[in-house]
Design a protein around this ligand. Structure first.
Ligand code: VNL
Length: 383
């Protein structure tokens, strides 16, 4: 009897080990972000958002353990491409994510198409990116989506002439074109479209030119990490005293930096998909947990992108019941819909783009701090 039981027990324990190994099967998620360099704030915020989602929702989906692999591309597209290749080929990542700037997303398009690995865009906002590969999916926004409602609001609220000043690359040109198209359709006039270099910008000559043209408003787009520096120069140059308002998408009024901009930005009206003051239970929880985990800093559009990007990955994996093969996974992202801290968010099943509310907000002082207080909504905006 003993001789029989021993091998049976041994087999049983081997089975148990096998079951444990299966239960711990890992799905690797690459997150490529600028953790150093001039856009490092974007990397820090994106990773903080993604990690917060995992901390609040556990690291197991459909029986698979989710492992986050963070890589620093320093904001350089060639590095993004190399890291994506390493994540896919060496680490066998099932999905990659991140992309803090437009050129960094564009750089991985051909690679993900060939490898059939989904790439979740958490920030980059140039309209054309997602259509360049059937394996892109975007949870962030596009600049035309963010900008057009604000242009309409400006035209309907006493602003007749505008000069625009943007960072000279994809999202800046998208914002500039979308603003002009909508603003002029509604009867306004864009007097001049100025473009400052993305790298080491000196805004002074552009701001002087804009001020000399005496518009009712200056429309500004810069990537969110540059917001504090551009707004300081706008205020120092006396735009408020000259009664020139500042309008546009919310990037130049980044939530993390808003309070430090001071009273010169009080009353500014912009259009955007996210405000830290968004009035919902989901957002109150998100802001409180983010502050607790991140040295009391305020979450911004980029932090929400990281948080929602992880949600999309979890939800897609749950939908495939843990099957992380690329073609099945990319299908599962299509049509996902959930309540984000920003409000309701849907990934359009045809375009793989975010459909979301765009809010008109005014900078006000609330509980002793400056916030974007939303007061009008353009619902379910397609990119
Ligand atoms: C982009 C667009 C980057 C909006 C941003 O901050 C932003 C981009 C890093 O597409 O490069 O606020």
């Amino acid at each position: 009897m003993k001789q029989i039981i021993a091998p049976v027990l041994a087999a049983a324990s081997l089975l148990a080990i096998g079951a444990t190994a299966r239960a711990q099967e890992v799905v690797k998620v690459g997150l490529i972000a600028p953790m150093t360099g001039p856009q490092a704030a974007a990397g820090r915020q994106m990773v903080a958002g993604a990690k917060l989602y995992m901390a609040l929702n556990g690291n197991t989906v459909a029986g698979k353990k989710i492992e986050l692999l963070v890589r620093d591309d320093t904001g350089v597209a060639d590095v993004t491409r190399r890291l994506a290749q390493e994540l896919i080929v060496n680490d066998k990542a099932a999905v990659i994510s991140g992309f803090g700037l437009t050129p960094l997303a564009i750089a991985v398009g051909p690679l993900i198409t060939q490898a059939k690995v989904p790439a979740v865009i958490m920030v980059a906002g140039t309209a054309s990116i997602v259509a360049s590969s059937p394996y892109f999916v975007r949870v962030s926004f596009t600049l035309p989506q963010q900008t057009a409602p604000g242009a309409e609001w400006a035209a309907a609220n006493g602003i007749k002439t505008v000069v625009s000043m943007v960072s000279d690359y994809g999202p800046g040109l998208d914002a500039q074109n979308a603003f002009k198209a909508k603003f002029e359709e509604k009867g306004g006039k864009v007097l001049e479209q100025l473009r400052a270099p993305l790298v080491n910008p000196d805004f002074a000559p552009f701001l002087q030119r804009a001020k000399d043209l005496k518009p009712d408003a200056l429309m500004v787009f810069v990537p969110a990490p540059v917001a504090g520096s551009v707004m300081r120069q706008v205020l120092d140059r006396g735009f408020p005293e000259a009664k020139i308002k500042v309008v546009g998408p919310g990037d130049a009024f980044d939530d993390e930096q808003l309070n430090a901009m001071g009273d010169g930005v009080l009353g500014s009206v912009t259009s955007y998909n996210y405000s830290a003051a968004h009035d919902s239970a989901e957002n109150k929880k998100f802001v409180a947990e983010y502050r607790k985990a991140n040295n009391e800093t305020r979450p911004n559009v980029i932090a929400v992108g990281g948080y929602d990007g992880m949600h999309a990955i979890y939800a897609a994996l749950a939908k495939t019941n843990g099957d992380s093969t690329g073609p099945k996974l990319i299908e599962a992202f299509k049509g996902l819909s959930w309540e984000s801290p920003r409000g309701p968010l849907t990934i359009d099943a045809q375009t793989r783009e975010p459909v979301q509310n765009i809010y008109i907000r005014r900078v006000e002082r609330k509980d002793g701090e400056l916030y974007h207080i939303e007061f009008a909504t353009y619902p379910n905006q397609k990119p």
